[in-house]
Write a protein that binds this ligand. Structure first.
Ligand code: PAF
Length: 279
């Protein structure tokens, strides 16, 4: 497995693959890899001639009070997971290679970045959109893979890819869960056993909402109230039912809509969602 550390080296290698007519699938990550990332990498390897992953803990998507310094860095374990999943090259730039002194350019996807996670994390999506732009420019993939767990991030990246005409197919794959329902997240590592048990109320409430939909409930207020009640044992950041593309609130489910939650559980801020499809 190749490890490339600069955009120039990454781009040169990638262009060489393209000249040899190889299709490239790309999985951007911040490391601390788990089965959710592995499912994206396996799909990238299966659906393309070559799978590339990036590992870069992106400072611009963390506010000063957030967990950038504490974010888990598990390089050796990450390399093994990448290799096992069929990744052939890793782009792992250093911070200064992405943001050299004097760096001044940011990508802002308006309208999609302000609600939901954007309320508590106002600079988050600007950081994500900026770094993903730079990663796309260096890797120049045909397809890029993201997890549905980050529903708002998926909407931001889909919009940005369209607006900036990257010509990259964005593939969104389902959330991978632990056997007891907890959505996989690098931040689950922050949870004590007691906090982890409490964190289960997120997925439990979302599954309950899916049952309500199956029982014929369509109005957002009843569903959101139900989920909020189910999450009484954690500190709720938000519970919202939104349109999957615009991330704007919906009052009545007429087409597939995202029921998204975020909550603080001990030291971790966790997110989760389900897609409620009325059909
Ligand atoms: O989802 C993530 O891990 C990050 O937000 C991403 C897309 C790798 C950008 O830093």
């Amino acid at each position: 497995m190749k490890v490339l550390e600069t955009a120039d080296a990454m781009r040169a290698w990638s262009e060489e693959q393209r000249r040899a007519d190889k299709s490239i699938g790309f999985v951007p990550t911040m490391g601390a890899l788990h089965e959710g990332h592995a499912s994206l990498m396996r799909a990238a390897a299966k659906g393309n001639d070559i799978a590339i992953a990036s590992i870069f803990v992106n400072p611009t998507q963390f506010a000063p009070h957030e967990d950038f310094d504490k974010y888990p860095r598990t390089w050796d374990a990450d390399l093994k997971i990448c290799e096992d999943c069929g990744v052939v090259a890793i782009y792992a730039p250093r911070k200064d290679a992405i943001y050299p002194p004097g760096y001044a350019t940011y990508v802002n996807v308006e309208g999609l970045s302000e609600g939901l996670c954007g309320v508590t994390r106002p600079i988050f999506f600007r950081g994500v959109a900026t770094v993903v732009t730079k990663l796309f420019n260096a890797v120049h993939p045909h397809r890029a893979y993201f997890g549905q767990k980050d529903a708002q991030q998926c909407a931001v990246i889909r919009r940005m890819t369209l607006d900036l005409e990257f010509g990259i197919e964005i593939v969104i794959l389902p959330t991978v869960r632990e056997a007891d329902g907890l959505a996989m997240s690098s931040r689950n590592r922050y949870l004590s056993a007691e906090e982890r048990t409490r964190a289960l109320c997120l997925s439990r409430s979302l599954f309950g909402a899916e049952q309500m939909l199956r029982d014929g409930v369509r109005d957002a207020k009843s569903i959101v109230d139900f989920v909020r009640d189910g999450m009484a044992e954690v500190q709720i950041d938000y519970v919202e039912l939104v349109d999957a593309d615009t991330m704007q609130p919906v009052e009545h489910i007429e087409k597939p809509s995202v029921l998204a939650v975020a909550a603080f559980v001990g030291p971790a801020r966790l997110i989760d969602n389900v897609v409620l499809n009325p059909k």
